[in-house]
Design a protein around this ligand. Structure first.
Ligand code: SUG
Length: 427
């Protein structure tokens, strides 16, 4: 029985915008108030998915939750019909209103922590929904994400989808973005590494609580290895570990300053994974790493067993960074190919190729337990592209989110997506 990894990408929602909601995320802060292009953003995301499909990889997608998040605003006491709820929130508490408008669920690496069947106590894949408790706009995602994951993975014999941990700073959980799995192959038992922050007076929020990783590990029935993200990385803008490190099977590609206790981590991985291949980069600064998102590449195993890095176009724009990429490819490790993708719209909010996807290792038999509507083939991919072309707004000015015409456009886009998913069901 072989096990493959399926990447489930967040379909970028119709009101993707730049409201500057994430302090510590330098791209989000510096593009605050800019004009976004939701249609181009979603098409860029879909083109990335197609690029992986063309490599022979199985690709899934996660539909965006409805935004603005009217249900959240209702739960906070706004009343009346939908338009009244939105208009009251926009007038009375513009900041809360902006938070309800974020399309941030696109960054599916923050949807959940995924524990492979080979590592869990019951041989099922466990998905623990992330509470995203640190950022208000992101904390609104968890209930929708939980419901969506239950739709995508309905087979309880093979998948266990868990509710988010309590949404407080004690359990603040950013999902797979702060989790790395190292194993000889996807189907082998592996070491689960949870990378957390700490209260140490950093200038930016340290989003991941150690207790969150400990709880996720307990839920799935093992201990895991818990390690501290370096303060230097957080202060340079690495608000998630996946901005400075990425693992795939036996390979860990990381910036040399990613971890506070690097030696202990590398020793633990080497003990757990006999063929561990560390690929550490010290030739570029943390600023260049974060500016280019080199480490937010997807590192994927190709059908022939070699590995490819799926890099954001920004890595090409910095000669030092590109030099580091060339050195990685030429190095003594399984990474053979560098593939550039354009996810510029997402990047401007701090989300690179790896942020946009949730990796789920599944055995060839467990694939049957996934709702096929969420797995892409050529036909479904084309239908999603057509939908986006037709319904996603071309541009959104982040200072004009309170425009009722925009809410109506978003509602129509979500209705059309729901209808399309219904047609997918019919085959
Ligand atoms: O949580 N940006 C996201 C980016 C998440 C990237 N994900 C990973 N590294 N896995 C965040 O900061 C910006 C939204 C805004 O500013 O409107 C935002 O939420």
């Amino acid at each position: 029985m072989t096990t493959i990894e399926i990447n489930f990408d967040g379909l970028i929602g119709p009101i993707h915008n730049y409201a500057g909601l994430s302090p510590g995320n330098i791209a989000s802060a510096s593009n605050a108030g800019a004009v976004s292009c939701p249609r181009a953003a979603a098409l860029q995301g879909l083109a990335k998915m197609k690029r992986l499909m063309d490599l022979g990889l199985t690709q899934g997608f996660i539909p965006p939750p409805r935004r603005p998040a009217i249900a959240v605003l209702r739960s906070l006491g706004y009343q009346g019909d939908d338009k009244t709820v939105l208009a009251s929130a926009a007038t009375e508490d513009p900041l809360l209103f902006n938070n309800s408008c974020s399309a941030s669920a696109m960054w599916a690496a923050n949807a959940a922590t995924v524990i492979a069947a080979a590592d869990s106590f019951d041989g099922r894949v466990h998905l623990v929904t992330a509470n995203l408790a640190t950022m208000l706009h992101r904390s609104f995602e968890a209930p929708d994400t939980y419901n969506m994951l239950r739709n995508i993975f309905p087979d309880k014999r093979r998948f266990a989808v868990h509710q988010a941990l309590p949404s407080t700073r004690h359990f603040s959980d950013e999902g797979a973005a702060n989790h790395m799995r190292l194993a000889t192959q996807h189907g082998d038992r592996g070491l689960n590494v949870f990378v957390h922050g700490a209260s140490r007076g950093s200038r930016f929020p340290e989003r991941q609580a150690r207790r969150a990783g400990e709880a996720v590990a307990r839920i799935a029935g093992f201990e895991g290895f818990h390690t501290l993200q370096s303060q230097a990385a957080i202060e340079a803008g690495a608000f998630h570990n996946d901005v400075v490190a990425v693992a795939n099977e036996q390979v860990l590609l990381a910036h040399a300053a990613a971890f506070e206790h690097r030696d202990a981590l590398f020793d633990a991985v080497a003990r757990a994974v006999p063929d561990f291949v560390p690929v550490e980069v010290d030739s570029i600064s943390l600023d260049d790493a974060i500016g280019s998102y080199l480490f937010n590449s997807q590192l994927v195993t190709l059908p022939d067993g070699g590995m490819a890095l799926i890099l954001p176009g920004e890595t090409r724009e910095n000669a030092l960074v590109w030099g580091a990429v060339e050195a990685i490819i030429a190095g003594n490790n399984p990474i053979r190919e560098a593939i550039i993708v354009d996810v510029r719209e997402s990047m401007r909010n701090g989300g690179g190729p790896a942020c946009l996807r949730l990796r789920v290792p599944v055995s060839t038999t467990a694939i049957a337990g996934i709702d096929p509507r969420y797995l892409l083939d050529e036909r479904r991919w084309e239908a999603l592209c057509d939908l986006v072309q037709q319904y996603w707004p071309e541009q959104i000015d982040a200072t004009a989110l309170a425009d009722p015409a925009l809410w109506e456009a978003a509602r129509c886009a979500h209705d059309a997506l729901d209808a399309l998913l219904g047609r997918f069901e019919l085959g």
